[in-house]
Design a binder for this molecule. Structure first.
Ligand code: ADQ
Length: 450
């Protein structure tokens, strides 16, 4: 089998294995354990200048190859164009985006630098799989250097309707660069439709058929085992005892404005206001470690949340009950898995999300004998697969409150039936099938599912 070369903005820490590894590392585990592989990308460190050659670290069949980013490249490529412009636009938030011509130049420069550092490492029969919006131009840069390998690209975040994407300066260059990939994967059929439309509108109709949906998934059996094991530990006992028999609702997110946290907290406040019978009967635990804390919008979000949580707690707390527990420190993944199993409600309400793996993890973590209810945003990619969830409009605090009321009042039989439907979905599409489906489309030209 040919070697697989994964490219992503960040390369996971080789030490983060198994239970502690998150997101992409878990999703790609199947692909990298079955064959020789290279994982190429940014080390996470900044230096005076971006490295011209990667540092390599061999771990069995997997080689990590990393480069440092120069300070200006970090600012323009990563903070500027990737996080400041692409992230909001791809999440339908043109008004939040910050555009700067220098950032775009830096973005192109770093994509070219990735290509220049990677190309000498490539063997003729390698398969290259590029991940996410930081590297939209990388396939084209590799082609410009003469690389003829199969190249796949997967976008982890949504692709908005073409009229929204057109608001991004240089939108056309980005779409044109994508044509260099052989297969372009997105999370859902909606994203695929939007991206195809955008390609056709700029005269790239021949690229549109390369776009397919491959909904990302989790290691369902692994997460279920982790949750069941962790459920019986002291940390989860501590939480259980502190609830004193009350229901637990849990939210687990990075602290990001796309995750709908203010609206979610407002929704929980509306539940207590409009449905007094739930007061002192349910506790909401939100875990949201700070991410991108050096960006002004994220600092403002944190202040807003601090204030909202304080107000609602002040208004409704009893001497022996506080409505909201809000943690901005990181909590270890295995512990989160145990908490999810304890929670009667998983509250996942992003304003827009490519997929949202937390929703799938919550389903996997449940006890089949007494499962909880998932209250899920209609605008998360996961909503298309998890039709047993109580779906809500994440922008509408009253709708979130209604969803919470439905979930808290739901008879055990309905809870079980809804969970069975969702459990079947997360068992049939897993991280391993996701990897295999994408690579089959890229390497064998296998027809994608959509
Ligand atoms: P993210 O926006 O990071 O990912 P998500 O899919 O929800 O969002 O989470 C990724 C992983 O991080 C999950 O395994 C989750 O458990 C973990 N995680 C999130 N918050 C955490 C917390 N507070 N503590 C511990 N762990 C936490 C992007 C896209 C998503 C897409 C993924 C994968 O934005 O839409 O689902 O990539 O493609």
């Amino acid at each position: 089998m040919s070697r697989l070369v994964l490219v992503a903005n960040r390369v996971p820490d080789p030490g983060e294995r198994g239970a502690t590894a998150g997101g992409l590392a878990v999703a790609l585990k199947d692909a990298v354990t079955r064959r020789d592989a290279v994982w190429f990308g940014w080390s996470g460190a900044t230096a005076e200048a971006t490295s011209a050659t990667p540092r390599e670290a061999v771990h069995g069949r997997l080689t990590y190859a990393t480069i440092d980013l120069g300070a200006a490249d970090y600012r323009q490529y990563y903070q500027g164009f990737s996080n400041g412009a692409l992230w909001p636009v791809l999440h339908y938030r043109l008004g939040v985006a910050r555009f700067d011509r220098e950032d775009w130049i830096g973005y192109r420069r770093v994509n070219a630098a990735f290509a220049a550092a990677l190309a000498p490492m490539l063997r003729a029969d390698d398969t290259v799989w590029i991940h996410d919006f930081h590297l939209f131009s990388l396939a084209a840069e590799l082609r410009a250097l003469g690389c003829k390998q199969r190249i796949g690209f997967f976008l982890h975040v949504p692709f908005p309707p073409r009229q929204v994407f057109a608001g991004l300066p240089h939108a056309q260059s980005i779409l044109e660069a994508l044509a260099a990939a052989d297969v372009i994967g997105v999370q859902t059929g909606d994203d695929a439709g939007n991206l195809r439309d955008a390609l056709v509108a700029i005269g790239q109709a021949e690229t549109a058929p390369k776009v397919h949906a491959f909904p990302i998934a989790i290691d369902t059996a692994g997460f279920a085992t982790l949750a069941a094991r962790r459920f019986r530990t002291k940390e989860v006992d501590r939480l259980r005892l502190s609830l004193a028999g009350r229901a637990l609702a849990i939210g687990v997110d990075r602290l990001d404005y796309t995750k709908g946290l203010p609206q979610r907290i407002a929704g929980f406040g509306k539940l207590l206001e409009r449905f007094p019978r739930h007061r002192a009967k349910v506790t909401f635990l939100q875990v949201a470690p700070v991410s991108r804390g050096d960006v002004a919008q994220y600092r403002a979000l944190r202040r807003e949340l601090d204030e909202m949580v304080g107000r609602i707690n002040g208004q409704y707390a009893e001497p022996d009950w506080g409505p909201i527990r809000y943690i901005t420190r990181a909590v270890a993944r295995p512990t989160i898995a145990g908490y999810m199993r304890l929670a009667r409600i998983g509250l996942v309400t992003p304003l827009r999300d490519g997929m949202n793996l937390v929703a799938k993890e919550y389903v996997a973590a449940q006890d089949a004998e007494d499962p909880g209810v998932l209250v899920l945003s209609r605008f998360a990619g996961a909503a298309l697969e998890l039709d047993g969830a109580v779906l809500v409009n994440p922008l509408d605090a009253d709708d979130i409150a209604d969803g919470l009321d439905i979930a808290l009042s739901m008879p055990a039989e309905e809870r079980g039936a809804r969970w069975q439907r969702m459990a079947a979905a997360v068992r049939s599409n897993t991280a391993a099938t996701w990897c295999r489906d994408f690579l089959a489309a890229l390497e064998d030209g296998a027809a994608a599912r959509d």
